[in-house]
Design a protein around this ligand. Structure first.
Ligand code: PMP
Length: 461
């Protein structure tokens, strides 16, 4: 099959891209100047660019390609479904086989009585659904004033108005007048950056108790739900201290606050269980899902809802839905992706085999002079770069400049690792082999060495 890339050299593709394509989360002007790297193909954990360079993708795209790239089985299922039923909606008393099968499968995989799925096209849309659904739930129960959703600083819940409002990213709030009303943020359980002289355990408890303080200050009768990622992803892979989640659970139970676990990154094996809630011992009423649900092969997200919430919502017409809610092709792809995850024991490998192998090597990066902390759960990890390891000190200005330098060295050395400030993060495809893990660590170490060399010259270290 002929594609545009067969015809055009890289520079022309870059020029067209700069002229007509607005990139998400990018400074368009700077990118246009530099030219985007054009990715043309991918298999397993490896991307190929238009110059033929092979790059190890230690981010699984955007934390999503859990089963790896190049799965013919998924391509075949997609083609078959497009021929059979490419589209139909489920709004007006109709349903279809892929969405029925996927819903039953998700009910089987999800813990406890999370047995009902409302579909969306993405994680952001799933959280929009959640925001409306919890308010409808309380209104149905005769408590329409329970509207406020409590979230956390430095959380990420998406880019739509509701998603970005629920998220706690200041640079996002600064654009477009966010957050929208009735969203309240409490401090995050980031011991490395904010824990000071406390132990992680003390700090975890303190930060969880911020939720109780907020509920008491806002009024229990005004608070609908608390939303959080089991492990913060885009905020820099922040793994909460062990004391954090049990205390949050206690508080939600005590005050009858719905607990929404945003599993968009943590779901589908990332933390060594099917869901991050299982790894962290959380019992949510609603889970947001996307990304690993289809391993990124199709845009699909959703909310998995517990029996009681589903029952209450069923008592009214929920005036909400997306054209692509439960899209048949996306649903068929997701189902095939779940079959692969199950039949190849991928979640089990993350838990017991390749996961521990990666964890050991990743944690050893803490011996590097530039690394003050290395943390990892399942296959999501972070290293914190610091000029003074003993004090967990940030670099001057805390601007992320050093992280960016490191990211550029990774990129130049054919490794995709992302930086969040001065934290370097990974979330590779869950099918990464031990040999590929060795390559990841070698390239990461080389990028750290080159970064150290460069910042020494610049007088930053
Ligand atoms: N929630 C979390 C925890 C996420 O990490 C993301 C995306 N990174 C989203 C929601 C939003 O998902 P999407 O980009 O599919 O809208």
């Amino acid at each position: 099959m002929e594609t545009i890339t067969n015809h055009l050299p890289t520079a022309e593709l870059q020029a067209l891209d700069a002229a007509h394509h607005l990139h998400p989360f990018s400074h368009q002007g700077e990118l246009a100047e530099k030219g985007a790297r054009i990715i043309t193909r991918a298999t397993g954990v490896t991307l190929t660019d238009s110059e033929g360079c092979e790059i190890l993708d230690a981010m699984a795209g955007l934390w999503c390609v859990n089963v790896g790239y190049g799965r013919d089985e998924i391509a075949d299922v997609a083609a078959r479904q497009i021929r059979e039923l490419p589209y139909y909606n489920t709004f007006f008393q109709t349903s279809h086989v892929p969405v029925i099968a996927l819903s039953a499968k998700l009910a089987e995989l999800a813990p406890g009585d999370l047995n009902h799925v409302f579909y969306a096209g993405s994680g952001s849309e799933a959280n929009d659904t959640n925001m409306r659904m919890v308010r409808v739930y309380w209104a149905q129960k005769g408590k329409p004033d329970k509207k406020i959703i409590i979230s956390r600083n430095n959380a990420y819940h998406g880019s739509t108005m509701a998603g970005a409002s629920l998220g706690g990213m200041t640079p996002m709030h600064e654009q477009g007048g966010l957050p929208i009303p009735d969203v309240h943020h409490i401090p995050q359980p980031n011991w490395y950056a904010e824990g000071g002289d406390t132990t992680p355990e003390e700090f975890g408890l303190q930060r969880a108790q911020e939720l109780e303080k907020a509920i008491l200050a806002l009024g229990e009768d005004k608070v609908a739900a608390f939303i959080a990622e089991p492990v913060q992803g885009a905020g820099g892979v922040i793994i909460p201290p062990s004391t954090y989640w049990p205390e949050i659970q206690r508080i939600c139970d005590k005050y009858e606050i719905l607990l929404i676990a945003d599993e968009v990154i943590c779901g589908f094996g990332r933390t060594g269980n099917w869901f991050g809630s299982e790894t962290m011992g959380i019992k949510p009423h609603i889970m947001s899902i996307a990304k690993g649900l289809s391993s990124g092969y199709a845009p699909i997200g959703g909310s998995i809802v517990c029996d009681e919430v589903a029952e209450v919502i069923a008592g009214c017409e929920f005036n909400h839905g997306y054209t692509y809610s439960g899209h048949p092709v996306a649903a068929a792809i997701a189902l095939e992706n779940l079959r692969i995850l199950e039949e190849e024991n991928i979640v089990d490998r993350v838990r017991n085999d390749t996961g521990p192998y990666l964890q050991k090597k990743w944690k050893a990066l803490a011996d590097h002079p530039l690394v003050a902390d290395a943390c990892i759960v399942g296959m999501m990890g972070a290293i914190a770069l610091s000029p003074n390891k003993a004090e967990r000190a940030p670099f001057d200005g805390d601007s992320g400049a050093v992280g960016l330098i490191c990211r550029e060295h990774c990129f130049a050395n054919n490794l995709i690792m992302r930086h969040v400030g001065d934290r370097m993060i990974i979330s590779p495809p869950l099918v990464i082999t031990k040999d590929e893990i060795d390559t990841l660590i070698e390239r990461a170490t080389r990028a750290l060495d080159l970064t150290l060399e460069q910042i020494k010259k610049q007088g930053l270290f």
